[in-house]
Design a binder for this molecule. Structure first.
Ligand code: TEU
Ligand code: CA
Length: 543
């Protein structure tokens, strides 16, 4: 798949706009804040940004509940700000991807407001409505955020369907008229000059019949269900008229199926898999299971080796900070984690603050947390008799709130994120972990990321080279080769606190390697050697 698309050797950066940079002191990040920090992003070396939803929203799910697809959320700015961002980013050669949320809308979207009024209004079939009673739902499917997928509505004695919060009714993709309106909206944004989309929850737009029987997988009725092919083809048709990048959040699309989704004739260019977060440990203290993680990654690398393309990420706005759940909150572990995933084959994404090694925060009370599904889970735990402190520990351990605390720009109050009161508590770690310090420290995580990104972009082997996993069964290390006929690059990471005795195969040790990058002192490759806690090395050799 060496087709030389610009995105094959590009590096992306994800911005959660609410928490990135506030320029008008209301405690909420804004588009002007992104504009202000473009030079920072340029210095880091990224080629494109994916910005989480900027659209008008009641913010039950922070922009993922959209009430007007064509309007910018007031707190973030105006459409003029967005145009300014596009223009200024493009001048710096940085492309802009927006989020595209079309599995559902907000319940405050005019379509839904009309839809719920009566059974025979023209918007009724924009959503899924089924006969129900207050006691009896059409089936017992559960939503991702907890509770039934059905919400009973008195006005018409029916229930509507939602796989996320009840304030996020699912759109009915079987309705052609609805689809056409969505397609027009997509063209509106593409015509404005954006460079692509991250397609939210796209594998869920088709649902099984309501009487479908769930067997092993409770999400099966809305995971990449038959019939989705038509909708994806229609989307592809629209996308292909533009020179853009499309990345699908497509859980349930297996690594094998991802080939057809992302090959040269695929619906989209790449996929975020949602399979790699294997956790281990007791509830409330779970850590990443490295062996599970690397097996999943190796499988995706293998299955997309000749066809299709991977989107690589380790953090995003739905996950905790990896330097806490995978690393030991040191600069060294942040660098090891970066080395491990960023040199795989695919297009890497960096989530804001990850390039500083930001860590999970401590939520002292449930009131300090924001995420509604976490709060709901907390409630249930406490009601079932779990001690409040333990319940808080359990819900906060892997909460997505950790990734949403303000970006840490400096050691000034509120981490330099705002002069007002930030919408979500600032992580106290900002005194130590912040952009200002790290820019001036040549050994910082930030400067390591800079080198890693530059290396990734300068070595063709890292873009197109084949992937080969070494020491496949080791529980703590992630060691692999990237190789072309001319060159091999060896990536060695110890993702644990243990000292590891490594034995590499002879074919690896029989030739001299040159060190390209490391987060520790130089070391030569021998047949047997030791790796210290969170050591990371990148070597190369010509063939
Ligand atoms: O997340 C959706 C998401 O994670 C599911 O699609 C996933 O398939 C499921 O949890 C099974 O693993 C996206 C956004 O990233 C998230 O922030 C939103 O809350 C959500 O969609 C709803 O729009
Ligand atoms: Ca603001």
């Amino acid at each position: 798949n060496k087709n030389n698309h610009w995105w094959q050797n590009a590096v992306g950066y994800q911005i959660y706009p609410k928490s990135f940079k506030d320029t008008n002191d209301d405690g909420i990040g804004d588009i002007q804040g992104i504009i202000q920090q473009l030079p920072y992003l340029k210095e880091l070396g990224v080629d494109f940004l994916w910005i989480n939803p900027l659209y008008q929203s009641p913010n039950v799910d922070h922009g993922y509940d959209i009430s007007d697809f064509r309007a910018v959320q007031e707190e973030f700015g105006t459409i003029e700000d967005l145009k300014e961002l596009l223009e200024k980013a493009h001048r710096l050669d940085i492309k802009i991807l927006m989020d595209l949320v079309v599995n559902h809308t907000s319940d405050q979207h005019p379509w839904f407001i009309k839809s719920r009024k009566s059974k025979d209004n023209p918007y009724r079939n924009y959503y899924h409505w089924v006969d129900a009673t207050p006691e009896k739902c059409p089936n017992d499917w559960q939503s991702f955020f907890g509770g039934s997928t059905w919400e009973y509505d008195e006005a018409t004695n029916q229930a509507y369907f939602h796989i996320f919060y009840k304030e996020q009714p699912d759109l009915n993709w079987k309705n052609e008229k609805m689809r056409q309106e969505i397609y027009e909206m997509i063209r509106f944004w593409l015509d404005l000059g954006i460079d692509g989309f991250r397609l939210d929850a796209i594998s869920h737009i088709q649902k099984e019949d309501w009487n479908f029987q769930i067997t092993d997988n409770q999400w099966a009725p809305f995971m990449n269900v038959n019939g989705i092919e038509q909708y994806m083809s229609e989307l592809k048709e629209i996308f292909s008229a533009y020179d853009i990048l499309t990345v699908g959040e497509a859980s349930g699309v297996t690594s094998k199926k991802a080939r057809q989704w992302t090959n040269e004739n695929g619906y989209i260019n790449m996929i975020f898999e949602l399979e790699h977060n294997h956790r281990k440990g007791v509830a409330g203290y779970e850590k990443m299971d490295i062996l599970g993680y690397k097996k999943t990654m190796a499988r995706w690398q293998k299955d997309l080796a000749h066809e299709g393309w991977n989107a690589l990420y380790i953090e995003n706005h739905d996950n905790p900070r990896m330097n806490t759940v995978m690393g030991n909150e040191t600069e060294k572990s942040a660098k090891a984690i970066a080395t491990a995933y960023l040199l795989l084959k695919g297009t890497p994404f960096i989530y804001q603050g990850q390039e500083l090694g930001m860590t999970n925060t401590v939520f002292e009370t449930i009131g300090e947390m924001d995420d509604l599904s976490d709060k709901h889970r907390y409630q249930l735990l406490v009601e079932s008799g779990v001690d409040e402190k333990l319940a808080l520990q359990q819900v906060s351990n892997w909460s997505r709130d950790h990734s949403r605390t303000p970006m840490q720009w400096s050691d000034a109050e509120n981490a330099g994120f705002t002069n007002g009161k930030s919408w979500l508590k600032t992580n106290p770690s900002y005194k130590k972990i912040n952009v200002e310090h790290q820019k001036n420290d040549e050994h910082s995580v930030f400067n390591y990321y800079k080198k890693l990104i530059a290396l990734r972009k300068s070595e063709e082997t890292l873009t197109f080279g084949a992937f080969e996993l070494l020491l496949a069964h080791d529980e703590d290390t992630f060691i692999y080769l990237r190789k072309t006929e001319e060159k091999e690059i060896l990536v060695l990471t110890n993702l644990s606190e243990k000292v590891k005795k490594i034995t590499l195969p002879n074919k690896i040790t029989n030739k001299n390697w040159q060190l390209l990058l490391s987060n520790t002192n130089e070391q030569l490759i021998q047949k047997h050697f030791e790796m210290n806690a969170f050591d990371a090395f990148v070597f190369e050799r010509s063939m």
